[in-house]
Design a protein around this ligand. Structure first.
Ligand SMILES: [Mn+2]
Length: 584
């Protein structure tokens, strides 16, 4: 019964999803919006997130000693003075072409080399170019309060391409009500050319701080936050473009609930052509037990709510980390960032755990849209060793916030057990002082979709026919019956498989089993018996075969539409599989 219900639910979900997509295309077909298929967009997002992870590896620091270039330090400049001279700075006085040309491509220079995006395409765009308004129609009918809190925009950068950096600043200025932006703080994390940042200080509201050595994203953000005078902190990456009315939804949410951390939907600016593409709004932030951030499709219930009201906030267990707004006082109360985390990585999950467990929430706001250049490689070296730093930071987050559940992280990333993570007393005291809830509470109330692995499970996920988007699927069949294949939907359910320590392929309480020794015999879902060789499998990495130990026969999708059988092992496409699985 439960299997059938799951199956019906997934079918329903598909209908809703396709309906939603049809609506999306028809409702946008008249406007001048570049649309891509959902598959293309999600592929983009997936690749983008991978690239985005690498993207922040630029920030590097060798020790914790703070070094500051006093010339560009707002604390020494006296920030109040900046407000006095603010009126004298005019956007129209800024010679954007000259600013860009001073750092333009040299003759013969590879246009992709410096920034890992096409600098020629980026430089060719006007600094104030328009972008398609990709918001849902319902967003355009919302009236926001006139007296929203003000914000300080904080942008940290290191050797960013000038055109992209400038558009980040100018699109935010041009597409926000002026009275809502207190200032824009640029934190130059020790770029090769200090003029990249300092030349922008003639733009209205811009304050430039420069680190005299690499501090990394985390400490650079805190440095910006410490001098911010706005009510709300808005962190942006340095290669973004804010879309129409991007700021109001963020500030309204925080006005309504100062303990909510809010993110825009992150649209895609192509790193080759710089086209602005709309991202799916059916996603939210999550993670696996390896504590890598990932995008999840909305669970069925949340998806239905989203389709009913496309402008409503989407509760998100985690944020990607590059772009978000938070009330300044709440940021401080919550303990800012863990400043003993180095460079980049893990800080987005840490602030996500902290926000939820300590009485706040995280929302993605579909009416707020900001484009981001997703790259597929990073232009800079990472001398500290990105894996070590990522692991140190992530382990700090796990040690402080995950209680006993950290054992699943260590199971998923065994090398993390040996990561030196330093002193965490200050952070555990913070957790205690704030009276934060347990990780168990977080799992039960915020992220029940993250399943606690059974102790006998090595890895879990889906099993794909090699080279195809077709997955092993119970087809809603019950114990004692066979199974088949179905297009992969990434929703788990009938396509959710675990690989156990005794090499069984398990779905709920059933395991895939051979019942006879002859070729052509049906594979059945039987109650698991870990010692039964007829239920044990071996994955042949070379041929991608799934070989049953008891029979030495191979799993075969011999006949389309028929149930899976065991056949003599041949190197044949119907016997080739991929384990698309995460270690638990
Ligand atoms: Mn980025």
């Amino acid at each position: 019964m439960r299997l059938r219900r799951t199956r019906i639910l997934i079918a329903l979900l598909f209908v809703v999803w396709i309906g939603g997509m049809l609506y999306f295309f028809t409702s946008n077909s008249s406007s001048n919006v570049t649309t891509v298929t959902i598959e293309e967009r999600n592929e983009h997002i997936k690749k983008g997130i991978e690239a985005h992870k690498k993207d922040h590896l630029v920030f590097q620091s060798s020790n914790n000693k703070k070094a500051v270039d006093s010339k560009f330090d707002a604390q020494k400049l006296n920030v109040n003075k900046i407000e006095e001279v603010e009126d004298r700075r005019k956007l129209k006085d800024f010679d954007w072409k000259a600013y860009q040309e001073r750092s333009g491509l040299k003759p013969g220079e590879d246009k992709n080399q410096r920034n890992a995006y096409n600098q020629e395409a980026s430089d060719a765009l006007p600094w104030d170019r328009g972008v398609p308004d990709v918001r849902d129609q319902s967003c355009k009918r919302i009236n926001y309060d006139k007296d929203l809190p003000t914000t300080t925009i904080i942008i940290c950068f290191h050797n960013e391409g000038r055109a992209a950096l400038l558009r980040t600043v100018v699109s935010a200025l041009n597409r926000s009500p002026p009275h809502l932006i207190k200032e824009i703080i640029l934190v130059d994390d020790f770029s090769d050319n200090p003029l990249d940042g300092s030349e922008l200080s003639t733009i209205p509201k811009v304050i430039v701080l420069r680190n005299m050595k690499r501090e990394g994203l985390i400490r650079s953000r805190v440095r910006g936050a410490d001098v911010a005078r706005g009510d709300v902190l808005t962190f942006l990456d340095s290669h973004c473009e804010s879309n129409v009315m991007w700021l109001e939804p963020l500030l309204q949410s925080i006005k309504d609930n100062p303990k909510v951390v809010v993110s825009p939907i992150i649209d895609v600016i192509g790193h080759e052509d710089f086209n602005y593409l709309s991202s799916s709004s059916d996603l939210r932030g999550g993670f696996g037990w390896n504590l890598n951030f990932k995008w999840d499709f909305l669970p069925a219930q949340a998806l239905m709510e989203h389709k009913t009201d496309p402008s409503a906030p989407i509760r998100s267990p985690a944020i990607a980390g590059g772009l978000f707004s938070i009330d300044k006082k709440w940021f401080e109360t919550l303990g800012k960032y863990d400043k003993d985390m180095d460079v980049w990585g893990g800080e987005n999950l840490e602030i996500s755990f902290r926000a939820w467990q300590c009485g706040g929430e995280m929302h993605i706001l579909p009416c707020s849209r900001v484009g981001h250049v997703f790259r597929d490689r990073h232009p800079y070296k990472f001398p500290g060793g990105s894996m070590n730093v990522f692991q140190k930071n992530t382990r700090r987050a796990a040690e402080v916030w995950m209680d006993d559940y950290k054992k699943y992280y260590f199971a998923a990333v065994p090398s993390a057990r040996y990561a030196a993570f330093g002193d965490i007393r200050e952070r555990t005291e913070l957790r205690h002082k704030l009276g934060c809830k347990s990780f168990k509470w977080f799992l039960e109330n915020v992220y029940p979709e993250l399943k606690v692995p059974a102790d006998d499970v090595l890895k879990y996920g889906q099993i794909k026919q090699a080279g195809k988007e077709i997955c092993l699927d119970t087809l809603g069949h019950l114990q004692g019956e066979g199974l088949g294949i179905f297009p992969c939907h990434g929703q788990g359910g009938n396509q959710d498989w675990s690989w156990t320590k005794s090499n069984q392929i398990k779905h709920e309480s059933t395991c895939l089993a051979a019942t006879e020794h002859k070729s052509g015999t049906l594979i059945k879902m039987l109650p698991c018996v870990s010692t039964d060789a007829m239920q044990q499998w071996r994955f042949d990495n070379g041929n991608h075969g799934l070989i049953n130990k008891g029979t030495s026969l191979c799993m075969d999708n011999y006949k389309e539409g028929a149930e899976l059988t065991l056949r003599d092992c041949l190197v044949h496409d119907t016997q080739r599989w991929n384990l698309d699985m995460t270690h638990s």
